[in-house]
Ligand binder design. Structure first.
Ligand code: ADP
Ligand code: ASP
Ligand code: MG
Length: 815
C-alpha cells in the first residue's frame, strides 16, 4: 500500500491537480494507494477568517464565502467532464449551504467557540477531496472517497491535539480490511472527538493524517508531496541559497519542524518514529528530484549543522527582581501558571544569577501570560520582590539544528559572531538539553538577514584564500597585478577564490602586508619598502605562514630560480614564467618535481613555453591520459617570429630587433632569443614534460648569428654587431624570398632528439602564415597521428604572459 499526502500548495489550482494526478498514476502502477489531500491552498485561512469576521458582525465574510464557492465550482468545471458534473456540483453547493448556515449562527450569536472554529476549518479538506475523487473517477481510476472523520478520533483543546490511537487504529484497520479500491481519496486535517463532534488535527495537520494512516497500516514509507524539493537547509523562500537535504534523522526533522520548517507538521513524526516508518518529502511537480528522506539516522549528513529555521510572531515574557532567589519554588509556580493557562512555552532562558527568567511564547498568548503571571505573583510584586511582568513583542526565534552539533564546540560562538558582525542583536539564547539545537531570540525585522547570514556561515562553501608573494613587478608582473585587481570580484563571486597579494618585490625593494597589499597604491608602497634580499623574502613568506601561499616569479633571474626549492620544501607553491629552473640540469629539474610531489605544493610553469597558450597543460594532459608523443614541431619564439615577419631586407635587422625589445617580445637580453637558446630551452622543457630525460647541450642548434655577436657582453655591443652583419641578414631574406618561402625559427622533437634552427617554410606548411609574435605547436601523437593537435596564438607579450601566470594561480586555487 502506498500512502501519499498532497498539501494545499499541490492542489491550489486545477492545473496543479492535473499534475498531481500524473504523480498518483505513477504510484498506482506499483500498488494500491491512499492519497491524503489538504484543502485547496489558502482555503483553510479563509474559512477561519470568515468565522472571525462573522463573530465580529463583519458581513464581508459573505464576499469571501462567495469567492470560495466560485473557486470550487470553477475547479469542477475545469477538471470534470460536463456530463459527470451535476452530482458533484450539487454536493459542493450543499456543503457551502451548510457553511453559510454555520457562519450565520456565528454572526447572530457574535460568538466563536473553539468547537465551531474547528468545525468550519475542516470544510476545505471535505470540499477538495470530494472534487479530486470525482476527477480521478473521470480518469477511470477506481477511486473511493473516505471520510477521515469516521476514522481518526482525537481530543482537541486549544490547539493541543491528542489522538486516541486505540480507537483510531481499530477504525483504520477495519475500514481498509472491509473496503477495496485502487485509490482511496482521504481528506487530511479533519477528525472527530470522542463525542462525535467534528474537529481538526491543528494547522498543517494533513501531514499528521497521513502519518496516522501510515502507522496504523504499518507501511514502510510515507510520501509527503509538497511545492519544494524536500526539506531544505533553510526556508528556500527566505534563503535563496538553501538546498534540499538528502537525509535527516527523525529527531532533526522534529527540531527543524518545531522551529518553523513548515514543510512538515511537527506531530507528524510521533506515530512514525515508533514504527520507524520513513518519510520521503518530494516535490509534486518535479518528480525527478530526489527529495529528502527522513529516517532513523541521518548518517549521510556530514555537517555539524543540518538546518536553520525560524519562528515568527514570538513575544518574550520576562520576569525579574532581586527577591526572586528567596521565593521558594519560584520556577515551579511560574511554569504551573503557564500550564494552567495552556500556554505553550517555546523557549526558556534563566540567568545564572536566578534574578530573571525569560520565556518565549506565541505572540497571541503573551497578554494572557502576563495577566495570569501578574495575578499569581501579585503579593511578590506588591512587596517589590519582583517587578511586574514585562512583555517584548515583535521578536522571532532562529535555531540551528543538527544531530552532530553536540560533538562540536564553538558553534554558538560562531553563531554569535556571525550575527554580531552583521549588527544583529541577540535578545536571548538557549540550547536544548539534547544539544540538537541552539536557538536565539532576535528582532523580527532581522530574520531574513540573520537566516541568510547563518546560512552563509554554516552551509555555503567558504571562499578559498590564495596568498600570493610576487617577485618581479615590471612588465609582466605589473600586468599580472592589474589583471588580479580587475578580476578580484569575479574570482570571489564565481570561483569563491579570495586572491590577495601579501608580498611583492623588485630588484631593489620589497614589501609585505599580511592583510593584503593595497593594489590601488602598490607602486608607492613598494618604493617605500625595504631593500630586497631573496633570502629575506623567502624567510618572511615562511614566517607569515599563511595557508595557500604561492610564490610567483615574473623574472628571468637565475638567482630567483635557485630559491624555488626552499619554497616547495615548505609547502609553498611556485608559479613561474622564468624558464631557468625547468631548463636547468635534469637532476635539478627532477628535484623540483619531487619536492612538489612530496610537500603537496604545486609547481606550475605554463608560461615557460608560448606565454599564455595552453601548451604545457595540453602536453601534460596527453601524456597523463596515456598518449605517446611521436613528434613535436613548433615555432616557439614570439620574438624571432616578430623579427622575421617584419624584416623585409629594407629596414635594418637590428632596428627590428630593437622594436621587438621595446614591445616586450624579447628577454631583457635579446641575445637569448636571437641565439636560439630560448627556443632550445623551450623544446627542452617540452621534451621533459613528454617524459624524456634530456639536457640542454643535447639539443642541436643551428645559429644564424655570427660567433662574435653571440659573445658580446652588452646589448649595445650586440646591436652594433647586428648592424655590421646586415648584409648577411639581407642574404638570408632574399634567398627565402626567391624560394617563395618564409623564414621561421623552428624547434623539433622526434625520436627522442631535439633540434632548433632557422628554416625556409613553404606556402603549404602550417607555419607559413604565422603572424606577428604568434607561436604554433604541432603535436603528432599516437592519437593525433595523421592530423596533429595544434595550439596556435599569441606567444609573447606581457599581457598574455601575465594571463598565463594568472591561469596557473587559478589552477592552484581550484585544487
Ligand atoms: P503543503 O501545502 O505541501 O503542506 P506547506 O506550505 O505546509 O506545504 O510547506 C511547504 C513550505 O514550507 C515551502 O513552500 C517553504 O516555503 C516552507 N519551508 C519552511 N522551511 C522550510 C525548509 N526548511 N525546507 C523546505 N520548506 C520549508
Ligand atoms: N488545510 C490545513 C491547513 O491549512 C491542513 C493542511 O494543509 O495540512 O492548515
Ligand atoms: Mg503543510
Amino acid at each position: 500500500m502506498n500512502i501519499l499526502k498532497f498539501g494545499g500548495s499541490s492542489v491550489a489550482t486545477p492545473e496543479r491537480i492535473k499534475l498531481v494526478a500524473a504523480c498518483i498514476q505513477k504510484h498506482l502502477k506499483e500498488d494500491t494507494t491512499i492519497a491524503v489531500f489538504s484543502a485547496f491552498g489558502g482555503v483553510t485561512d479563509d474559512l477561519i477568517l470568515m468565522a472571525l469576521l462573522a463573530s465580529r458582525e463583519d458581513l464581508t465574510y459573505k464576499e469571501i464565502l462567495q469567492k470560495n464557492e466560485t473557486r470550487h465550482l470553477e475547479a469542477i468545471k475545469e477538471l470534470i467532464p460536463v456530463n459527470a458534473q451535476s452530482g458533484i456540483l450539487s454536493r459542493i453547493k450543499t456543503e457551502f449551504n451548510r457553511l453559510e448556515t454555520l457562519y450565520e449562527g456565528v454572526y447572530l450569536l457574535n460568538e466563536l467557540s473553539n468547537r465551531t472554529r474547528n468545525m468550519v476549518a475542516g470544510f476545505g479538506e471535505i470540499l477538495s477531496s470530494l472534487i479530486i475523487a470525482e476527477y480521478f473517477k473521470s480518469l477511470e481510476i477506481d477511486a473511493l472517497s473516505v471520510d477521515s472523520r469516521e476514522l481518526i478520533i482525537c481530543k482537541n483543546t486549544n490547539d493541543k491535539i491528542q489522538v486516541n490511537y486505540t480507537k483510531t487504529n481499530t477504525n483504520i484497520e477495519r475500514f481498509f480490511a472491509e473496503n477495496r479500491s485502487e485509490l482511496y481519496v482521504v481528506p487530511g486535517f479533519i477528525a472527530k472527538n470522542d463525542e462525535g463532534v467534528p474537529s481538526t488535527l491543528g494547522r498543517g495537520g494533513s501531514d499528521f493524517t497521513a502519518a496516522i494512516l501510515a502507522a496504523a497500516l504499518n507501511v514502510p514509507r510515507l510520501y509527503i508531496y509538497t511545492d519544494v524539493n524536500g526539506m531544505y537547509t533553510a526556508n528556500p523562500r527566505i534563503v535563496p541559497q538553501a538546498y534540499p537535504l538528502k537525509h535527516v534523522s527523525y529527531e532533526e526533522a522534529m527540531e527543524l519542524s518545531h522551529f518553523g520548517a513548515k514543510v512538515i507538521y511537527p506531530p507528524t513524526l510521533q506515530p512514525l518514529l515508533e514504527k520507524q516508518i520513513e518519510i520521503l518529502v518530494k516535490n509534486s511537480f518535479k518528480l525527478e528530484e530526489e527529495g529528502t528522506l527522513i529516517s532513523k539516522s541521518g548518517k549521510h549528513n556530514f555537517r555539524w549543522v543540518t538546518g536553520i529555521t525560524h519562528i515568527d510572531n514570538i513575544s518574550l515574557v520576562n520576569i525579574e527582581g532581586s527577591g526572586m532567589i528567596g521565593i521558594s519554588g519560584f520556577s515551579k509556580r511560574f511554569f504551573e501558571v503557564m500550564h494552567q493557562e495552556n500556554i505553550n512555552v517555546v523557549l526558556i532562558t534563566q540567568a545564572s544569577s536566578e534574578h530573571s527568567i525569560c520565556i518565549a511564547v506565541k505572540d497571541d498568548e503573551a497578554q494572557a501570560a502576563k495577566v495570569a503571571l501578574d495575578e499569581a505573583f501579585e503579593a511578590e510584586i506588591r512587596n517589590k520582590k519582583i517587578n511586574p511582568i514585562q512583555i517584548e513583542d515583535d521578536v522571532a526565534i532562529i535555531a540551528l539544528v543538527g544531530d552532530r552539533m553536540k560533538s562540536h564546540h564553538g558553534l554558538s560562538g560562531k553563531l554569535f559572531s556571525a550575527l554580531g558582525n552583521n549588527n544583529i542583536n541577540i535578545r536571548a539564547i538557549a540550547q536544548g538539553s539534547s544539544e540538537r539545537n541552539i536557538s536565539a531570540v532576535i528582532a523580527k525585522k532581522d530574520v531574513t538577514k540573520a537566516l541568510n547570514t547563518l546560512h552563509e556561515t554554516f552551509f555555503e562553501v567558504p571562499s578559498k584564500e590564495l596568498n600570493l608573494f610576487i617577485t618581479g613587478v615590471g612588465n609582466v608582473g605589473g600586468k599580472l597585478i592589474e589583471q588580479l585587481k580587475r578580476q578580484e570580484t569575479y574570482l570571489l563571486e564565481k570561483l569563491r577564490l579570495k586572491v590577495r597579494i601579501l608580498g611583492m618585490s623588485n630588484s631593489r625593494k620589497m614589501i609585505f602586508d599580511e592583510n593584503g597589499i593595497d593594489l590601488e597604491n602598490w607602486k608607492n608602497l613598494l618604493e617605500d619598502g625595504e631593500e630586497t634580499s631573496q633570502d629575506a623574502f623567502f624567510e618572511k613568506v615562511k614566517e607569515l605562514n599563511f595557508r595557500n601561499s604561492v610564490f610567483v616569479d615574473n623574472t628571468a633571474s637565475p638567482v630567483i630560480a635557485a630559491t624555488y626549492k626552499n619554497y616547495l620544501a615548505n609547502s609553498i607553491s611556485v608559479v613561474t614564467c622564468n624558464k631557468i629552473a625547468c631548463a636547468d640540469d635534469f637532476s635539478n629539474y627532477e628535484k623540483l618535481m619531487n619536492l612538489s610531489r612530496e610537500y603537496g605544493a604545486s609547481f606550475l610553469y605554463e608560461t615557460n613555453v608560448g606565454a599564455g597558450l595552453p601548451i604545457i597543460d595540453t602536453l601534460k594532459n596527453l601524456v597523463d591520459s596515456g598518449d605517446r608523443i611521436q613528434k613535436i614541431q613548433a615555432v616557439l619564439s614570439g620574438s624571432l617570429n616578430f623579427v622575421f615577419n617584419n624584416y623585409k631586407g629594407e629596414e635594418p635587422f637590428y632596428k627590428i630587433v630593437e622594436e621587438a625589445m621595446k614591445e616586450g617580445y624579447t628577454e631583457p637580453d635579446p641575445k637569448i632569443d636571437l641565439s636560439g637558446i630560448d627556443v632550445a630551452r623551450k623544446i627542452l622543457i617540452l621534451s621533459r614534460v613528454s617524459g624524456l630525460e634530456m639536457e640542454l647541450d643535447e639539443i642541436e642548434k643551428d645559429n644564424f648569428l655570427s660567433e662574435e655577436s653571440l659573445n658580446t657582453k652588452t646589448n649595445e655591443k650586440f646591436f652594433d654587431l647586428l648592424e655590421k652583419d646586415e648584409p648577411q641578414f639581407k642574404e638570408l631574406y632574399q634567398s627565402a624570398a626567391q624560394n617563395k618561402a618564409q623564414l621561421k625559427y623552428v624547434a623539433q622533437l622526434e625520436n627522442g632528439k631535439a633540434k632548433v634552427g632557422l628554416q625556409q617554410v613553404g606556402l603549404e606548411h602550417p607555419f607559413y602564415n604565422l603572424n606577428g609574435s604568434d607561436n604554433i605547436v604541432l603535436f603528432f601523437t599516437d592519437r593525433y597521428s595523421v592530423q596533429p593537435l595544434i595550439v596556435k596564438g599569441a606567444g609573447a607579450g606581457a599581457d598574455v604572459t601575465a594571463s598565463g601566470i594568472f591561469a596557473d594561480i587559478i589552477r592552484i586555487g581550484k585544487k
